[in-house]
Design a protein around this ligand. Structure first.
Ligand SMILES: Nc1nc2c(c(=O)[nH]1)N[C@H]1C(S)=C(S)[C@@H](COP(=O)(O)O)O[C@H]1N2
Ligand SMILES: [Mo]
Length: 587
């Protein structure tokens, strides 16, 4: 734009909104519909997970009764004598007790996991359904936190609108999720990823120290005898005649297996299935359609969560029932004593975790920009690195999803309606800013430019995915035409439509390097048809290294800029400005 003349599009953007999150207008002021407890589909019927409570109690009581009866038989006693549950038959004892680094790492691990788990559940609540198919067709989910998608796929409060993925999100109790409220995934992700990184560093240090000291002996069984011993331990617990606790040097076999699975299977699986949900990674390895598709990854990621929750509950319970004072001395002082100093330290330790727990949500709602800024400092650089991974994956016609969720509100302007009715004959795509050759391209001119078709993945930040065949003009052809200036670093895509909060235009900025990726196109077709209104007619961006919200629909203009600080609230896009998302979103 010429200096001095305010760009009408730039002034249509919603401005800065700092201060606390206001429920009245956050995410368009959507009402706080609460999540239900998870229900699981078995065949065609849905069952609430609440059933697990009575079933679990009955199973436990029955097992205890049966095992207590078994203890009266000689073969049972022989079995327990032969496999006592704690012995050096399956593991070597550790001489160094619990060194200081292990105790600190254990504490930090708990603290980090508290944030990771809560923010993780919040992320799940943004698309509260789990599927195994890549396309997320409603009614094909196996787990959900709310009722079915309305059969007519229409918004219940305004039938002129489709049921968007955003409306499908649910709220959580403030002390369960971080920060509880509906569609707060932007904020939850800063917590989740920042603490993921800390947890990962803690984990790597743990692995290194584990194997460079004798501590690995605690966790690595040396013989198959660990299995009958684990069975023996389980039986002893169920008989209510607790096995001997020699945890200072040797874990019992069941404990050892549980720790082994947690450390060597569950934790790495959490990392891998987290990464498989990232567009940059899926596009790099071509995993979006097959057995490792994003929805399988989400399901396994959720499975790890369930394992971790069960582990934490049982692990804590065991600390209490198998000699509390001794156990907490191991944990805090690293001594095999019954000192009350250890108990005090344990209480202080838990108080710290609980204090962080309690303030996490209120702090986030009060200082959302701070959370966004700190999160960007923590993990922004990593996301910047992943953005450089040029997406390459393409899929086959068979992979195309039969259903494609929709997000965003259709543009309501008369201008848009007029152009649409006229079949885009009067549409002009304005491309300007820091370019040598600003242009206005008609729909016919765009169609006459080089055409590129690609079957690629769409990964919405909320968790759903879909595969579609897009066709349009490669952005590199546009760049060749307009010749960006050397100081053009970002490219702003402006929509005809307002953001879902209806408080200013939707827009989003992409690094200029992405424009030269082979798979970055301005799409005018989806699955062999001209792009329909819902999916972004006449033009929508496909920049396959990024998440769905960056794929601006209903594009009105494109501007090359040096920085995006002067646009909207200055954070790089509508969602970044209004919903605290990050501007680099390859993950
Ligand atoms: N103009 C505009 N573009 C938008 C949005 C929007 O609200 N307005 N939503 C984004 C989000 S969050 C997603 S996931 C995708 C959804 O694309 P689809 O509706 O074609 O599936 O569009 C993105 N582009
Ligand atoms: Mo999205």
């Amino acid at each position: 734009m010429v200096a001095g003349s305010p760009d009408p599009l730039e002034s249509a953007l919603a401005g800065r909104r700092d201060g606390p999150v206001s429920l009245e207008d956050f995410a368009g002021g959507i009402p706080q519909i609460r999540a239900q407890l998870p229900s699981v589909r078995i065949g065609r019927r849905w069952f609430s997970s609440l059933w697990l409570v009575p079933l679990g109690i009955v199973a436990l009581v029955l097992s205890i009764a049966v095992v207590r009866e078994m203890t009266r038989y000689g073969w049972y006693q022989d079995f327990i004598t032969r496999y006592p549950g704690t012995s050096t038959d399956y593991v070597q004892p550790v001489d160094s007790g619990f060194p200081w680094w292990l105790r600190w790492q254990h504490f930090l691990n708990l603290l980090f996991m508290m944030f990771i788990i809560r923010a993780g559940i919040q992320i799940l609540a943004d698309h509260p359904r789990l599927y195994l198919n890549a396309g997320c067709k409603p009614d094909t989910e196996w787990m959900r936190l709310r009722g079915p998608v309305p059969a007519d796929r229409r918004d219940v409060t305004d039938s002129a609108r489709v049921w968007t993925a955003k409306q499908d999100s649910v709220a959580l109790p403030a002390q369960v999720g971080i920060p509880g409220i509906r569609h707060s995934i932007g904020l939850a992700r800063w917590w989740h990823f920042s603490f993921d990184l800390l947890w990962l560093i803690n984990g790597v240090v743990f692995f290194i120290l584990l194997f460079s000291t004798d501590q690995w002996k605690r966790l690595i069984p040396t013989s198959w005898e660990v299995f009958p011993n684990a069975l023996s331990t389980a039986l002893q617990y169920l008989s209510l005649d607790l096995p001997q606790n020699a945890g200072f040097s040797t874990y019992n076999a069941l404990q050892l297996l549980a720790y082994f699975i947690t450390v060597f299977i569950a934790a790495p699986l959490a990392l891998v299935t987290g990464l498989l949900q990232a567009p940059a990674i899926a596009a790099r390895f071509g995993t979006a359609a097959g057995r490792l598709n994003r929805q399988v990854a989400r399901t396994v990621h959720f499975g790890v969560l369930v394992w971790m929750l069960i582990f934490i509950v049982i692990h804590t319970l065991m600390v209490f029932v198998t000699g509390f004072v001794g156990n907490v001395n191991h944990m805090t002082l690293g001594t095999d004593t019954d000192s009350y100093v250890g108990v005090l330290l344990y209480v202080a330790w838990m108080a710290v975790v609980i204090a962080f727990w309690v303030v996490a949500t209120p702090f986030t709602l009060k200082h959302p920009r701070t959370v966004q800024r700190l999160g960007t400092m923590m993990v922004g650089w990593l996301k910047g690195l992943l953005e450089r991974w040029e997406p390459k994956a393409t899929y086959t016609a068979d992979d195309i999803s039969p259903y494609f969720w929709i997000n965003g509100h259709l543009p309501t302007s008369e201008e848009y309606q007029r152009l649409n009715t006229g079949n885009w004959a009067d549409y002009r795509l304005r491309i300007d800013g820091l370019v040598e050759n600003p242009v206005e391209l008609s729909y016919a001119q765009l169609r006459a430019m080089p055409r590129q078709a690609q079957i690629t993945q769409h990964f919405c930040i909320q968790g759903w995915s879909a595969i579609g065949e897009w066709a349009g003009v490669p952005m590199r052809a546009i760049c060749e035409l307009v010749k960006p200036a050397a100081n053009a670093k970002w490219v702003a895509f402006y929509s005809f439509g307002d953001g879902p909060g209806e408080d200013g235009r939707y827009y989003d900025c992409h690094p200029i390097a992405n424009m030269y990726h082979e798979q970055t196109i301005l799409a005018y077709e989806l699955n062999g048809e001209p792009l329909n209104e819902s999916h972004g007619a006449p033009l929508r961006l496909r920049d396959e290294v990024e998440l769905g919200f960056k794929q601006v629909k209903w594009i009105e203009a494109i501007e090359f800029v040096e920085s995006f600080e002067h646009l909207g609230a200055g954070l790089g896009g509508y969602n970044e400005d209004q919903e605290y998302f990050g501007y680099r979103m390859p993950i």
